[in-house]
Design a protein around this ligand. Structure first.
Ligand code: URA
Length: 481
C-alpha cells in the first residue's frame, strides 16, 4: 500500500489540516494511507509528502473542499486537542462524508462521532478553565503591563486569546504557557513560542488585594468542599493567589458559622469622608420629578445627547427609601428610555429579589443620562463616560436626590461613586462601606452588575455576584436614620 505523509503545522491549524485533507480527497488517498505529523515531528516511515499524490503535484490544483459549517466547527475544536489520533479521526469522518455518509455527524452513537464529541468537550472545558483561572500579575517596573502563567491541557491559546483581548482591551498583557504564548499590545494579538514559569512574575501586590477580597466574600456557612474542588480543580490551584487562604478558611469555617449565629446584627458602619463633596444646586424652578424629567429630555450640557436616542432619566416613587445610581444607560436602556432594563438590569433584578428588595419600591437612576458608545459595524459598544460627562449630569442627579430624599443611596460602580462622592474617591478602598454625602445622606458604594457579567461563567462570577448580594443585604437591613 502506498503511504503518504501529511504535516499539520501548527498542529491546531484548521487551514493547514483542510489543505492536506483537500489533497487527500482529491487524490483518492484513503485514511489508512496517511501518516499525520504535527509541527516539527520527525517522520518514522519516510513516506513522501501527500502533495505528491496529486497527478499535477500542485496542491493549488486540488478542488476546494465543500463541507458543512457544523463539520468545520467540530474540526476547528477537535484540532485543539492534544490527542495525536484526532488528525486521522477527522480525515476518516470527512472521507466517510465524501463517500455518501452525509449524515454521519447526526449519529451520536457512531464511534468516530462519539470520539470527536468527547474531544470537543475536553477542549471546551479546558478553554472555560483558562478563562476562569488565568490570573495576571503586574510586571515589576512597568506601568500597566501584566503577565499570566497558565498550563492548559490542549492547544487552546489561539482559541481563547480573543476573549482576553476583548475583556482586557485597555491593558497590555501576555499569557505564557509551556508551548505557546500570546501578547496583547492594546491593538493586536501577537503569538509566539512556549515559555517557562519563571518568565512570569511570581507575585504582586494585587494578589494581596485579591486574597483580601476572597477572604471577605468567603461565606463559611455556604462551604461545600466537594463543589469547590469540582469548580476549581486542584490542578489550577497553583495559578490562584486565593488558594493559599483555603486551608485556613476551610479549617475555621465551622467556628466562624457558630460565631455568626451568636453575633448580634451589626449597625452599618458609617464612615464620614473628610470633606464631603457638595453636589451642584438643583436647577431653578425644578418643580416635580416629572418636570425634571421633561427638562432633562432637552439637556444639551454635554455632547452625548446627539448620538444617543434619548435621555434616560431615573424612575421610581418620589419617596423611595433606597436610591440606586448606576453609571449610564446601555444600548437597551437608550432604546427603551428606561434605566436598567438590559442584561445588567436583569442581573440586578435577580440580585434584588435574592436580597429581598422590591424593585418597584426603589428609585433607579444613572450618574450619566445618555448612552455613550462607539459604533463597530452594526453594534454600539459601550464606552465609559468621561469626567466631563459625569460633571455635566451631576445637577440632574442632585435634583433627583433632592426630590426623592432617599434614606440610603447605593452607588453601583466607580462612576456613580465619583459622581456623588467626588473624583478623589478611591473605589477600591471604599467599596462595601458606608459614606456620607454633603447633606448627610448615607451612600453605600458597591460593584456594578456589569462587572459581574464581565467575570465569565466560572467561580469568579459567583464570587463577584456574592459581593453585590452581600452589599445589597446591608442596604436592605440599614436602619432608618
Ligand atoms: N448600566 C447602568 O449603569 N445603567 C443602566 O441603566 C444600565 C446598565
Amino acid at each position: 500500500m502506498q503511504r503518504w505523509t501529511a504535516r499539520i503545522d501548527p498542529p491546531w491549524s484548521l487551514d493547514a489540516w483542510r489543505a492536506a485533507a483537500r489533497i487527500g480527497l482529491a487524490a483518492g488517498v484513503a485514511p489508512e494511507q496517511i501518516d499525520w505529523l504535527e509541527g516539527g515531528d520527525a517522520s518514522l516511515l519516510d513516506a513522501p509528502d501527500l502533495a505528491g499524490a496529486l497527478p499535477s503535484h500542485d496542491p493549488a490544483a486540488a478542488p476546494v473542499l465543500r463541507v458543512s459549517k457544523v463539520f468545520l466547527e467540530l474540526a476547528a475544536t477537535v484540532l485543539c486537542h492534544r490527542d495525536a489520533q484526532r488528525l486521522p479521526l477527522l480525515y476518516r469522518i470527512l472521507w466517510r462524508i465524501g463517500r455518501g455518509q452525509r449524515d454521519v455527524l447526526s449519529n451520536p452513537t457512531d464511534a468516530d462521532v462519539l470520539r470527536a464529541n468527547a474531544l470537543t468537550q475536553a477542549v471546551r472545558r479546558d478553554s472555560h478553565k483558562m478563562k476562569a483561572f488565568v490570573r495576571f500579575r503586574e510586571v515589576p517596573g512597568e506601568d500597566d503591563a501584566f503577565i499570566a502563567w497558565f498550563e492548559p491541557d490542549h492547544h487552546i491559546v489561539d482559541r481563547v486569546a480573543p476573549f482576553f483581548a476583548r475583556r482586557f482591551a485597555g491593558m497590555r498583557w501576555a499569557i505564557l504557557t509551556p508551548s505557546r504564548s500570546v501578547h496583547w499590545d492594546g491593538t493586536a494579538l501577537h503569538f509566539g513560542g512556549g515559555a517557562k514559569r519563571s518568565d512570569a512574575p511570581a507575585d504582586d501586590s494585587r494578589e494581596d488585594l485579591w486574597r483580601t477580597y476572597y477572604a471577605s466574600i468567603f461565606n463559611p456557612a455556604r462551604l461545600n468542599e466537594r463543589m469547590m474542588r469540582q469548580e476549581m480543580p486542584v490542578k489550577y490551584w497553583k495559578h490562584l493567589p486565593e488558594v493559599s487562604l483555603l486551608p485556613t478558611l476551610v479549617r475555621d469555617a465551622s467556628t466562624r458559622v457558630e460565631e455568626m449565629h451568636a453575633r448580634q446584627a451589626q449597625e452599618p458602619q458609617r464612615r464620614i469622608p473628610q470633606a464631603p463633596v457638595p453636589l451642584p444646586p438643583t436647577p431653578a424652578e425644578a418643580g416635580s420629578l416629572e418636570t425634571l424629567r421633561a427638562r432633562a429630555a432637552a439637556c444639551r450640557q454635554c455632547p452625548l445627547w446627539e448620538p444617543a436616542t434619548q435621555t434616560v432619566f431615573g424612575e421610581g416613587p418620589a419617596g423611595a427609601r433606597i436610591m440606586l445610581v448606576g453609571e449610564q444607560p446601555g444600548d437597551r436602556e437608550d432604546l427603551s428610555g428606561r434605566p436598567f432594563v438590559g442584561p445588567a438590569g436583569q442581573l440586578l433584578d435577580q440580585l434584588l429579589a435574592e436580597a429581598g428588595i422590591e424593585r418597584s419600591a426603589l428609585y433607579l437612576t444613572n450618574a450619566v443620562k445618555h448612552f455613550r458608545f462607539q459604533r463597530r459595524g452594526k453594534v454600539r459598544v459601550h464606552q465609559r463616560p468621561d469626567r466631563e460627562h459625569v460633571q455635566a449630569c451631576r445637577s440632574w442627579v442632585a435634583a433627583e436626590i433632592e426630590h426623592v430624599r432617599p434614606d440610603v443611596i447605593v452607588c453601583l460602580g466607580a462612576t456613580a461613586a465619583s459622581a456623588l462622592l467626588g473624583s478623589a474617591f478611591r473605589f477600591s478602598q471604599g467599596r462595601g462601606q458606608w459614606h456620607a454625602l454633603h447633606d448627610g445622606t448615607r451612600a453605600l458604594v458597591t460593584v456594578h452588575p456589569s462587572w459581574i457579567l464581565r467575570q465569565g461563567d466560572g467561580p469568579a462570577r459567583e464570587a463577584a455576584y456574592q459581593v453585590l448580594l452581600e452589599d445589597l443585604r446591608k442596604v436592605k437591613d440599614a436602619p432608618a436614620p
